[in-house]
Design a protein around this ligand. Structure first.
Ligand SMILES: [Zn+2]
Length: 242
C-alpha cells in the first residue's frame, strides 16, 4: 500500500473514532497528516464531510504552497490557515489534529489555567502543553495561522487554544490520536475533580516528568491502541478504508 493510501486510511479511522467518542463538532474541526518527507504535502478532510462518514478516498491532498481560495480544492478556510502553517513551520507536526472537544476546551477557557498533574494520564502531558491566551477570532487570516504555529516551540505537541479548542500534533496519526484521546480523558477527570470543590492531590513535578518519560518510552502503546481501533472499524464499517 502506498504511503498516501495508508495515511488516508489511518486519517479516515481517526475521523470515525473522533465521531464515536464525541470529540467532533458538526462538520467543523479538522485532522491532517503529511505524506512527504518535508511535511509540505498533506492529506486533510474535505469541507462539509461529517467525521462519521469520512473515508480514505474522500479526503483531500494539498500542498502548503497552494494559493487562492482553499474551498476551490475542497478545504475549509480556517482548516487551511491553521494546518498549512503548522505543516509549513512546525517540523514535528507531521500529524495535526484540531478539535473543540468539550472537556479539554472547557479547561482551555479557564483564566490562567494550566493543565493539572492530577493523575497518570495527565502526567503523560508534563512539559508538552503550550497555551494560547490571545484568542483573535476565527483563523481566516494567514497571520493567525502563523501566530498559532509559532506557539508550538520547544517540542511542545499540544496547544490549549483559549476560548476556542485544542491542537494536538504528532509524528504519526496513531501517536497524535492516542494523545488526543488521553488528553480528553485526563481533562474530563480534571473537570470532575474540580467540580467537587475539594482540595486536589496533585502529582509532584518530578514524578509527573517521570511518567511523561515512561509514557514516551512505553513500547508501542499508541500503535497498539490505534491498530485495535482500526480492527473494530474493519469489522463494523470497512467502508472507511475505501
Ligand atoms: Zn476550531
Amino acid at each position: 500500500m502506498s504511503r498516501e493510501l495508508q495515511v488516508r486510511k489511518e486519517l479516515a479511522a481517526a475521523f470515525r473514532w473522533a465521531a464515536r467518542l464525541n470529540l467532533h463538532e458538526a462538520v467543523a474541526n479538522h485532522f491532517s497528516m503529511a505524506i512527504s518527507d518535508d511535511g509540505q504535502l498533506f492529506v486533510i478532510n474535505r469541507a462539509g464531510t461529517h467525521f462519521s462518514q469520512a473515508n480514505a478516498s474522500g479526503l483531500v491532498t494539498v500542498d502548503t504552497a497552494m494559493k487562492g481560495d482553499s474551498l476551490q480544492y475542497g478545504v475549509d478556510p480556517t482548516a487551511w490557515v491553521l494546518h498549512s502553517y503548522l505543516h509549513r513551520n512546525v517540523a514535528h507536526a507531521k500529524c495535526v489534529l484540531h478539535t473543540h472537544m468539550p472537556y479539554t476546551t472547557a479547561l482551555a477557557c479557564l483564566k490562567d489555567f494550566e493543565f493539572l498533574m492530577l493523575d497518570q494520564n495527565a502526567s503523560a502531558f508534563y512539559g508538552r502543553i503550550a497555551y494560547d491566551r490571545h484568542y483573535a477570532g476565527m483563523a481566516l487570516d494567514p497571520s493567525e495561522g502563523e501566530r498559532i504555529a509559532s506557539l508550538l516551540v520547544d517540542g511542545k505537541d499540544v496547544l490549549f487554544m483559549g476560548n476556542h479548542g485544542v491542537m494536538v500534533v504528532g509524528e504519526s496519526v496513531a501517536q497524535a490520536f492516542d494523545s488526543l484521546y488521553y488528553l480528553e480523558k485526563a481533562a474530563q477527570l480534571q473537570v470532575l475533580a474540580l467540580s467537587t470543590g475539594r482540595p486536589l492531590q496533585l502529582v509532584d513535578d518530578e514524578t509527573a516528568a517521570l511518567v511523561a518519560k515512561q509514557t514516551r518510552e512505553y513500547p508501542g502503546v499508541a500503535v497498539l491502541h490505534f491498530e485495535a481501533l482500526m480492527h473494530i472499524l474493519d469489522n463494523e464499517c470497512p467502508d472507511y478504508a475505501k
